[in-house]
Design a binder for this molecule. Sequence first.
Ligand code: ACO
Length: 324
Amino acid sequence: MTEFVSVVRGVGGHLPSKVLTNDDLAKMVDTTDEWITARTGIRKRHIAAEGETTSDLGAIAAKKALDAAGLTPDDIDLIVMATATPDYTFPATATIVQHKLGITRGAAFDLQAVCSGFVFATATADNFLARGQFERALVIGAETFSRILDWSDRGTCVLFGDGAGAMVLERQTKEQAGDKGVKGIHLRTDGRYRDLLFVDGGPSTTQTVGQLRMVGNQVFKHAVGKISESVMESVKQAGLQVKDIDWFVPHQANQRILSAVAERLGLEEHKVVSTVAEHGNTSAASVPLAMAAAIEDGRIKPGDLVLIEAIGGGLAWGSALIRV
Ligand code: ACO
């Protein structure tokens, strides 16, 4: 049987045009620009306009990823969409994006792993491609977290924003791929920690959408240890070492978490891609948004070894090593 590898062809990101600064937030809740910047590194976030949906953002990011890959929607036969803020309870937002892109073949489905969604979606697409079941996948992370925030809770509303990112993964033979492709993946969840980060509504419980609730300092403590362990597992699985990593593209939740994980792993600060100041925590969209930014500005180059990681509600966490 032919052995296949999943290779990154293109990455794209999209942020809605409306911007909410820390100073804007200080007019809404009891907070300051100084507090938010010092505790999180976030300076602003983007907010979807009325009527602008997760699928709208996701479809634009997907088009940008296709452009970067030099491909068209007709080349795609799989969409794996990570989102915790779907357009509707059903159908899957992925099918709405599929329709917006004009794709009428293959399969599209949503995946729910909150902030870790992009890592879980990458792992899922990689498995389908490696088995030869699909040819080219759009892996999308898209969110409108502004719709599930309690805008009177200063402990959470200052942290999150809306946005989308997408990556085209292509099935290639080992000969075609050379050294490129997804090298190692580690996924974990532990439902005992549900109460640390969750949304207090849903179809089967309250029949409402609900709002995000979080014990921030507890999540923080879990984040640093669990992510560091996960990265070590991915690196081991790939038969590589931490020093081989060219770029660390973490979930953009909080600058302090990013820096603490990099320090624990012994990764130099200049290898860390941080865009959290620009858009806050966009959940499943944050990793591809950061990756797209670092490819666009020329930092990440073909052949570089990129580490992606995330942790979020569940708790769910994971990491992946990809040579781009
Ligand atoms: N402005 C001013 N003061 C605030 C604010 C605010 N926006 N928010 C909280 N405070 C206050 C608290 O009330 C508390 O006051 P007190 O000491 O009088 O009680 C004080 O600041 C310290 O609160 P802590 O929660 O201990 O502050 P901490 O340093 O832990 O920072 C933060 C809080 C930024 C939330 C941090 O814990 C964090 O980033 N945690 C990780 C969160 C995260 O990454 N979540 C996303 C995971 S992804 C997903 O799945 C969605």
